[in-house]
Structure formats: C-alpha cells, structure tokens
Design a binder for this molecule. Structure first.
Ligand SMILES: Nc1ncnc2c1ncn2[C@@H]1O[C@H](COP(=O)(O)OP(=O)(O)OP(=O)(O)O)[C@@H](O)[C@H]1O
Length: 417
C-alpha cells in the first residue's frame, strides 16, 4: 500500500516551557508521508526541542502531537521505536560495543532473541553499514573510530530500524563534504519510496537543494514553512538570523545560493552611485557598493550579461538595453538621467565598441567620474573609431580619476571613497 500524500504527522499548538522560558510557542504544522522536511534556524531556535517533542520525548506544556492520528505520548516504547527512528544530536553510545553491535541495536524493536550472524537482522545491519561506508569498521569498537565515522555508524543504526519516520538531528555535523551530500541524497531517495524524513540542519543550501519542504524556526516559533524557494528569502533570513543576505539562483549549479554580508553603515547610504558597466566587468563593484549601503543605479546593461544578473540579485534598479544592440534612444535617455542624478559615476572596464558609444558619451555628464581600467593605458589602442576616441577623451578629461578595479575595491572596503 502506498502511503504517499497521506497526512502522517501533526503538531497542533505545541508549547514547551522550561521554568519561565518559552522554548516552543504555538508550533503547528502537518507533514504528509513522503515529505523530506528540513528544520532550519539559528542556534537556540528550538529545533532539537521540536524534534524531541515530535518523538514523544520531553514534556510538551500544551498542544498535541500525533503520528498517524495517534497521540505520540500515549504510545509505548516499542511501538514508537517501530514508528520513528531518531538520531539525536549528542548520543551516549556504549564505547565498549563494536560498530556492528551498535547498528544491530537499531533492530531492537524487531529482535525477539539475540540472533546469529546469518539472521535477517544482521543482513539488514550490514546493508546500512555498507550504505554509510562503515562496513569495514564492523568489528572496531566505537573508541577506535573517528567522530565522522561514529556519526555514520549511528546513522546506519537509525536506518536499520526501517521505520516510516526518520528524524535526524544534525546528522551531518562532523561529516566531510561527500557524506554530507550523501546523507541528504539518501534521505531524498527514502522519501521518494514513501518514508517521511525530518532533518535538523544548519547547512541551508544543502537543505534547500534536497528537502522538499523547509521549516524555519526562530525564537521557538515557525517563521516560515513551505518549499525551499518560498522559505529561503532575504527577508526570512533577516527575521530569523538577523542576517543581511542576497538569495539567488546560482547560474552554474542551478541551485539556490545565499550571499551574506555585514550590516552596512548609514553614512555610505547618503552617497548615490551610478555604475556604467557591461560585459561582466562591474559585478564585483556593484556587490561591494551594495554591501556598503550606497544608493545604487546602473546602466545601460545588456540582458544575459553577468553585471545585469548581479544587479538583479541585489535588487538594484538598472537601465536594461536590448541584447547585442546599440543603445536605443529611450534607454540612453534614462541612463543619462540617472548619471546626472548620481553623486558619483563609475565606468568599469568598458569595452569601447560601437554598442557602448552612448554609455561613453553619457559619462561626460557625470558630476564626478571614476574610470576603472585594468589594462595599462599605454597598452590600450585608441585608434579604432568613434567609441575609442570618446574613451580616450574621457580618460584625459580633467577631474577624472583612473584606477584599477582592485585599487578601487580597496578604497570602498576601507571607506575612503
Ligand atoms: N533542559 C533545558 N533547560 C533549559 N533550557 C533549555 C533546555 N533545553 C533547551 N533549552 C533551551 O531551549 C532553547 C532551544 O534549544 P534547542 O536545543 O531546541 O535549540 P536548537 O535550535 O536545536 O539549537 P542548536 O542549533 O544550537 O542546536 C535554547 O535557548 C536552550 O538553551
């Protein structure tokens, strides 16, 4: 029987209070079979407390938790162990036991008597040890393995329980890059087969890549709940973590990516800057200005250009032209208006081909102009037409500063613009 899509877990107005401190406040959500739910949020948000409560551990102060319609707190130990496999954050494992014995203990809800090595339980234990890459450690005691290996042994134990629910509290904490991904990948596969996995994770990008749903907790409440692209937004991250970030789709990986930056000062925000770029030369400058809270504009950029992508990711309004075309009159006018309004205009490593003719011409109307030029001027060829001539005129214009991109970046970072 397929359980896919059926409601399997429900938490209703769950409150946990310890002393006079509210650890969880009115947490409500339901989970369907086959969902892969990542529970994310800052340290102390209540993630582990929530997972423990869902497993019927610790006492909730108010509310109700049900698994398949049955209150979790009325279930017996063995019934719960057949229902939920739970890997805690910190586990006191018997260090005298071998890895195989520890994994075999995951079969406890099914064992009637200690089995021989040919029994099905041994085979199941070895199967999951092979999956988590610890088969070769079967006879080693837990004292003889590394922290990451121990984590993978404990994961094999949890998987060997073969329950419809798998709850994992930071299972990737001491794992290397390969196993971190592997665990998420395996959980995803389990969910596709109908299991329900809840995982507490700090790696938001990994959780967003693999989980079908994220639950963002902060201060004991659910800040956001839904598919990863709905939950991982700059606003939600600021609300939960107090973090300044830009959330975007990484064009190389196709995955959701997060760029974080320090809270900017207010002084920089009073200066307005217009960036004339294109061809990918201005992206890093736009990022730096944005992080320092300058009031930014840009143009005329071409669609598909990485400068345009960076501006879009940071939510900066830029004048966009047509792809592979000379700048048309409307966009040229909009660009000039922004240049005139800006305190400072930056012309960043502009390719002085004819399609940039208007960008170069418009730069003459800047109040203050800084040209970023990473090719030594003496190596530039200014003999190639109208645009090249304009560029030369700009460089030779009085009160124009010419810097390399890195000299300029140093100035912004040091706040010496
Ligand atoms: N037994 C306890 N007594 C008092 N306070 C507790 C107890 N257990 C947890 N807390 C508090 O409850 C809050 C939530 O803890 P919890 O471990 O659930 O957070 P978390 O989101 O899992 O954090 P982390 O990411 O750091 O593991 C924290 O402020 C913690 O100090």
């Amino acid at each position: 029987m397929s359980l896919g899509g059926e409601q399997s877990l429900s938490a209703m107005n769950v409150n946990v209070t310890i002393g006079d401190k509210a650890i969880l406040r009115d947490v409500s959500f339901t989970v369907k079979m086959g969902e892969f739910v990542g529970i994310i949020g800052p340290n102390g948000a209540g993630k582990s407390t929530l997972l423990r409560s869902l497993r019927g551990m610790g006492n909730i102060t108010a509310g109700d938790i049900q698994l398949f319609g049955e209150p979790v707190y009325t279930m017996g130990d063995k019934q719960l162990a057949r229902m939920v496999a739970y890997m805690q954050q910190e586990v006191n494992v018997g260090f005298g036991f071998t890895a195989l014995e520890v994994v075999l203990a995951g079969r406890y809800p099914y064992l009637k008597w200690w089995q021989n090595e040919q029994s099905q339980d041994y085979q199941i234990a070895r199967k999951y040890m092979a999956f988590t890459g610890v088969e070769a450690l079967a006879e080693k005691s837990l004292q003889q393995v590394s922290g990451g290996e121990r984590q993978r042994i404990l994961l094999a134990k949890v998987l060997a329980q073969e329950t419809p629910f798998v709850f994992l509290d930071e299972p990737t904490a001491s794992l290397d890059l390969v196993y971190q991904e592997e665990i998420f990948r395996y959980c995803q596969a389990m969910c596709q087969e109908g299991k329900t996995v809840l995982i507490v994770a700090h790696d938001i990008k990994l959780a967003a890549k693999f989980c079908s749903r994220l639950l963002l907790l902060a201060g004991g409440t659910v800040i956001a709940d839904g598919n990863p692209s709905k939950v991982i937004t700059a606003q939600n991250l600021e609300k939960a973590y107090g973090l300044h970030s830009t959330v975007f789709i990484n064009k190389v990986t196709g995955n959701l990516d997060i760029h974080t930056y320090e809270a900017a000062g207010t002084a920089a925000g009073q200066q307005s800057v217009h960036v004339i770029g294109g061809g990918g030369s201005a992206g890093s400058i736009i990022r730096l200005f944005h992080e320092k809270a300058y009031s930014l504009s840009g143009g005329v950029f071409q669609p598909g250009d990485t400068d345009a992508d960076v501006a879009k990711a940071f939510g900066i309004q830029v004048v966009m032209g047509q792809p592979f075309c000379v700048i048309d009159e409307l966009h040229a006018r909009q660009n000039r208006e922004k240049i005139r309004a800006a305190d400072l205009t930056i012309l960043s490593n502009l390719f002085y081909g004819e399609q940039n003719l208007d960008n170069l011409d418009a730069a003459f109307s800047a109040k203050k102009l800084i040209i970023l030029e990473d090719t030594p001027i003496e190596q530039r060829d200014f003999t190639g037409g109208k645009a090249a001539k304009l560029y030369q005129d700009l460089i030779e214009k009085q009160q124009v500063t010419v810097l390399t991109s890195s000299q300029f970046a140093d100035k912004i970072v040091a706040g010496r613009l």
